[in-house]
Design a protein. Structure first.
Length: 350
């Protein structure tokens, strides 16, 4: 063997014929290569047809269409992994299996929360309904597969003391200060939606109380549905002070709008401005909770129920079409009752 030949030969080998290594083999793996794309199936093509229909004929927004595309791509991959290639092969079992995979990630994807999973199931239901209507399939296996229902979020309410601190913090003797106090007192006294309050005109209120009751205000809710709501004495006094000493100064800067609550330029106040007014009062009162105008509406309902008001009366005051919507507030008061019971009853806790 010549020297030149020796330079090209492999090192001495062990009994297996492989080179002898004196230490552990170094890790020399390169970057992991992405898996090659799987072949397109009839399902993939039918999904593309559906997305084109949603984008062109239904006119979905670009962001919505992108979400549909992501959701249905995951569904297509799930069906392909199950060995399915044609839309007609999909059964209800596959749809429910995918719905479960969305929650636990068993398909290799990220587990989704209830709302995201529900959105994806809705996309899948729409896909199968389209296939059935277009004759791509003879049946709709997703027709009775319902999206998961998110749990009801309990309304956020603040305490009576916190409401009082916010209302008192809003009171100043300027035109805008009188308006701010009147607006916040009005929201809490009536439980009005912020859109209902800022949409009020001066003629919609009557500060002359009935013979044996509070003042009455007329609110226009969703669908322009009209309802009459009492206005408590605190709210009536704040509103009267604003109408006498505050609104005329603000109205002088505008063009004679009939709006009840005016901005600094004499025009109708906006919802965003109302939110800013409440936020400033909450900050001044050192309330660290997240408070919005809707918080006052939630607090109005919760405090009424805690005081013994009937749920159907609260329904009417809030302008809810169904008592079911109002009953979510009873969950809040039930929690309060549990806390009181646990603290006060001698045999509540073992």
């Amino acid at each position: 063997m010549t020297a030149g030949t020796a330079a090209t030969e492999r090192p001495p080998a062990g009994t297996s014929g492989e080179p002898v290594q004196e230490g552990p083999a170094p890790q020399q793996e390169g970057p992991r290569q992405p898996a090659p794309p799987r072949p397109r199936t009839a399902i993939d093509r039918a999904v593309t047809d559906y997305l084109q229909h949603m984008g062109v004929e239904r006119g979905l927004a670009a962001n919505t269409l992108a979400a549909y595309r992501r959701d249905l791509a995951r569904y297509s991959n799930y069906l392909a992994a199950a060995g399915l290639s044609r839309p007609g092969d999909v059964t209800r079992h596959h749809v429910t299996g995918f719905a479960q995979a969305l929650s636990d990630g068993s398909d290799g994807g990220t587990p989704l929360g209830v709302r995201s999973a529900a959105r994806t199931v809705v996309a899948v239901r729409g896909l199968h309904k389209f296939w059935a209507l277009e004759g791509t399939t003879t049946a709709d296996p997703a027709s009775d597969v319902h999206p998961p229902m998110p749990g009801k979020r309990l309304p956020k309410a603040i305490t009576v003391d916190e409401v009082t601190r916010i209302l008192e913090a809003a009171g100043t003797d300027t035109a805008t200060g009188l308006r701010d106090r009147a607006l916040l007192e009005f929201l809490y006294s009536t439980g009005a939606r912020i859109s209902e309050a800022v949409g009020l005109d001066v003629d919609d209120i009557s500060l002359q109380p009935a013979e044996h009751g509070p003042a009455i205000v007329r609110l226009f809710g969703k669908g322009s549905k009209e309802r009459l709501v009492p206005l408590g004495s605190y709210g009536a006094r704040a509103l009267d002070a604003y109408l006498v000493r505050g609104r005329p100064l603000l109205a002088a800067k505008g063009k004679g709008t009939p709006a009840l609550f005016l901005n600094a330029r004499g025009g109708r106040i906006s919802r965003q401005s109302a939110w800013t007014i409440l936020k400033a009062a909450a900050d001044k009162a050192n309330i660290t909770k997240d408070v919005s105008p809707h918080t006052l509406r939630h607090s109005f309902a919760t405090h009424l129920l805690e005081g013994g008001a009937d749920v159907r009366v609260v329904q009417e005051l809030l302008g809810h079409a169904s008592v079911t919507t109002t009953q979510v507030y009873t969950l809040v008061t039930a929690d309060t009752l549990r806390e009181i019971y646990a603290a006060a009853h001698p045999r509540a806790l073992g």
